[in-house]
Write a protein that binds this ligand. Structure first.
Ligand code: PHE
Length: 340
């Protein structure tokens, strides 16, 4: 046994490999599960007791030697695989790293944020998992009022107070609770509704909410701000139209249409022949909402608006199926590479 180990120790010092595969074969031969070393350790059991110490030391030496030799061969083969003179060779073709592009929704979202930041709005975000107070009660939705059904809420059966937010208006409440007016902010984010997925609706989409609270804010301020936004987003010829509407948290409330940017207002299948397309909901913040957030409605007034990012993107890029924005089909996404 002793001689055998000594012979192997010599052999180990001379191990040589030219290629990685060869080295791997050697590793298996010497150190593998059924390799020579393993076999030696098996045989060690039969070594007479008085020789065990001496043979044991030798055997461990062999193991260390083999490990060391195989490791140093590995290192030198690795460095040979990328010889330094080659790395300096400028004629070698570069490895092509494919670049992605920004998602169209993220492009439109930052365009919206940029447009409003130019007139003094700052951007903030709130949680997607909300409680009833911020999503409904503080926004003046009466308990059991059918308006809560307006938004096809996902309720969590075991925790009825916890909801996936159906609109970004909840972030208005969070901001008003903690900020002293004047407040001039926009809140972009994802929202969820229990909708059947179709070309026009999805169970998740994105909104941008706007909020402006100060002394003597009027409906005229709201209209002018939205007109500014529309012209920046869709071009200076675009017109707006406000129609009376209802939201529990604004009074008066309105829905805003823009002149159809596809047919220029003459009438087409996108605007269903009317020349107008709806893009957002808005209104003067209801005095009850201000009080719920600790803001005195006799001193302050304000407006709010909320729009769907997909809707703006669909009009801007003339896409007619909302599902395209969630499928991540690269053929669709690539069309926005130039829009970076
Ligand atoms: N939260 C409303 C919606 O999701 C939009 C809205 C926001 C309306 C702010 C008025 C004011 O439909």
């Amino acid at each position: 046994m002793k001689e055998k180990i000594e012979k192997l120790l010599q052999e180990a010092a001379e191990i040589h490999a030219e290629k990685m595969e060869q080295l791997e074969e050697l590793r298996i031969k010497f150190m593998g599960r059924k390799g020579i070393l393993q076999e030696m350790f098996q045989d060690f059991k039969n070594v007479p007791a008085e020789q065990k110490r001496e043979v044991g030391v030798l055997l461990n030496q062999l193991k260390d030697k083999l490990q060391e030799r195989l490791e140093s061969l590995k290192q030198s083969l690795e460095s040979e695989e990328l010889p330094s003179d080659k790395t300096n060779d400028l004629t070698i073709p570069v490895r092509f790293d494919e670049l992605g592009s920004r998602h169209p929704l993220s492009i439109v979202r930052s365009q919206i944020c940029d447009i409003f930041s130019r007139i003094g709005y700052t951007v903030a975000e709130g949680p997607e998992i909300e409680d009833d107070w911020h999503l409904f009660s503080a926004l003046n939705f009466a308990p059991d009022h059918p308006a809560r059904d307006m938004q096809d809420t996902f309720f969590i059966e075991t925790a009825p107070d916890i909801l996936l937010r159906t609109h970004t208006s909840s972030v208005q409440i969070r901001m008003m609770e903690h900020t002293k007016p004047p407040i001039r902010m926009i809140f972009p984010g994802r929202v969820y509704r229990n909708e059947v997925i179709s070309a026009r609706a999805h169970c998740q989409f994105h909104q941008v909410e706007g909020l402006y609270i100060d002394k003597k804010v009027s409906f005229a301020d709201l209209k002018q701000s939205l007109l500014y936004f529309t012209k920046e987003m869709f071009g200076s010829e675009t017109k707006i139209r406000l129609r009376p509407s209802y939201f529990p948290f604004t009074e008066p409330s309105a829905e805003m249409d823009i002149s159809c940017n596809i047919c220029g207002g003459v009438g087409c299948n996108i605007c269903k022949g009317s020349g107008w397309v709806e893009i957002l909901g808005c209104g003067m913040v209801d005095p009850n909402v201000l009080s719920n957030c600790g803001i005195d409605p006799d001193e302050y007034s304000g407006f709010a608006f909320g729009m769907g990012i997909e809707r703006i993107a669909m009009l801007k890029y003339q896409t007619n199926d909302i599902r395209l924005y969630f499928e991540n089909d690269v053929r669709f996404l690539r069309e926005f590479e130039a829009a970076l």
